[in-house]
Design a protein around this ligand. Structure first.
Ligand code: ZN
Ligand code: ZN
Length: 474
């Protein structure tokens, strides 16, 4: 830790020079906290609780679409599981969401080259008439190309966006891909189209379409909209090379303005700083095609496994650790927004938040989003995580979808970035199943979460950007 002290000293000096608040702490872990953290890491690398949680959730509940009876069953299941693990104050915080579910989906090329295409409806797709609608396909390379098309040029047609997504370690290809998925129906409707097809988001070559949400107000978007599997997008493109292609698209949906959902919450009660919260979260809902193992059963197993290790220590941590299994993330971050509404008055008690929602790949980088004065605390966490193969990230962590609202409200967040190179091979497809989780990588995640969560809970360090009002250091 000597080097950390040195860096912290330089930072403190810089803070004085530039006139920033001079409450920078010379950070170090007490021998007791360091020893307990080491023990937590060792225990986490043998974790059974977290992995069992994902196995049981994905086996006994399976898919759990936001607002569906399956998600309701998942809440009951999770409540029971968390109570059995002896967490404190286990509860559901209810809210309602606009509900959407597919009831049928198919697509078929008609005419001389008649054949079926593999599709799946996007969340929020409108229904077609029973028996399907029939229209000519107009292909676009990108969403921008569709947006640039002449007004009414797609009257009575189906727009097809063939944009590809590429693999990256940090998943950065997903943002662009999501714009296509989210925006296709609106852009196509503006040009007079009757439906929209996209090449599946995702990076796998299999004949499996990838579902996901689209822009909508309430339960429904602008048009019937579906994703073609990658090979089917290729097939459609080859057919279009040979001449006009006409397709029958048949989608059935059910929807409701208000369906029950909820956040499942469990805590490890703190001691002398009990009213201060370290939040670690995941989302309990999933898409309906797979069993939601990587997205996001794994995240829930990781945070539950980490919290359980801390709960089992001989002494309570100083701050309260709050595990939040958010509801209805996939269908529009409803759980995150409900949490912010329901906890708006005590967001200033949230001292740190983190979320695991990127599968179960090894954590390769640890980013923080702390106040300048707390950079030395970030350095301590990074040093502790180095032996787990985690490299040092910057101080620009986004946190994750469900805790974005907390970050924007000023809650410090960390991003333990997982290796996402194969995440989008499975994500939102029928192939997102329990066998895709590598237990060793999963346990490394549990170790990282247990370590930084315990340090944040036990040191009492203040990570915020504004000057602390009540906090001391360790
Ligand atoms: Zn997710
Ligand atoms: Zn997802």
């Amino acid at each position: 830790m000597r080097q950390i002290r040195h860096i912290a000293g330089i930072l403190a000096g810089m803070a004085i020079l530039v006139g920033a608040p001079s409450f920078a702490q010379d950070a170090d872990l007490s021998p007791e906290i360091a020893a307990t953290t080491d023990q937590l890491i060792a225990d986490a690398l043998l974790d059974e609780v977290g992995l069992q949680f994902v196995e049981d959730l994905t086996t006994e509940v399976g898919a759990r679409l936001g607002g569906s009876p399956d998600e309701a069953r998942a809440r009951v299941w999770a409540m029971n599981a968390l109570k059995e693990l002896n967490f404190d104050r286990t509860r559901v915080e209810d809210f309602t969401i606009p509900y959407w579910a597919r009831t049928r989906e198919s697509a078929r090329v008609i005419g001389a080259n008649a054949q079926d295409l593999v599709i799946t409806a996007l969340g929020g797709s409108r229904a077609t008439p029973e028996g399907g609608l029939e229209a000519d396909i107009v292909r676009f390379e990108t969403l921008s190309d569709l947006k640039a098309a002449d007004a009414d040029s797609l009257a009575g047609k189906i727009a097809f966006i063939d944009e590809r997504m590429y693999k990256t370690q940090d998943g950065s290809g997903y943002g662009l891909a999501v714009r296509k998925r989210g925006g296709c129906a609106n852009a196509a409707a503006e040009k007079g189209a009757v439906a929209c097809l996209i090449r599946s988001v995702g990076t796998q070559p299999h004949r499996m379409p990838h579902t996901g949400g689209m822009f909508r107000e309430g339960a429904l978007g602008a048009l019937p909209a579906a994703a073609l599997s990658g090979p089917d997008a290729d097939q459609l493109t080859r057919l279009l090379d040979r001449g006009p292609v006409r397709v029958n698209l048949d989608i059935g949906v059910e929807y409701a303005d208000a369906a029950p959902s909820g956040n499942v919450i469990a805590e490890v009660e703190g001691s002398d700083l009990e009213d201060e919260i370290i939040l670690i979260g995941c989302h309990l809902d999933s898409w309906d095609l797979g069993t939601g193992a990587l997205d996001d059963g794994a995240g829930c197993g990781i945070v539950v496994g980490a919290a359980k290790l801390i709960a089992d220590l001989p002494e309570k941590p100083r701050r309260t650790i709050r595990v939040v299994l958010y509801g209805s993330e996939e269908v529009g971050l409803f759980g995150a927004n409900a949490y912010a509404r329901q906890h708006g008055d005590d967001l200033d008690k949230h001292m740190l938040a983190a979320e695991s929602d990127f599968g179960a790949g090894r954590i390769w980088r640890f980013q923080t989003n702390f106040g300048e004065a707390a950079i030395s605390y970030a350095d301590v966490m990074k040093q502790v995580l180095t032996p787990l193969g985690v490299s040092e990230g910057d101080n620009a962590a986004g946190g994750g979808p469900d805790i974005g609202v907390l970050r924007r409200a000023g809650v410090p967040v960390v991003t333990p970035a997982q290796d996402g190179r194969d995440y989008f091979d499975y994500h939102h497809t029928p192939d997102d199943t329990f066998d895709k989780i590598d237990p060793e990588a999963f346990r490394q995640n549990v170790a990282v979460y247990a370590a930084f969560t315990y340090i944040a809970a036990q040191t009492g360090w203040d990570f915020r950007k504004s000057e602390p009002t009540s906090m001391g250091s360790d």
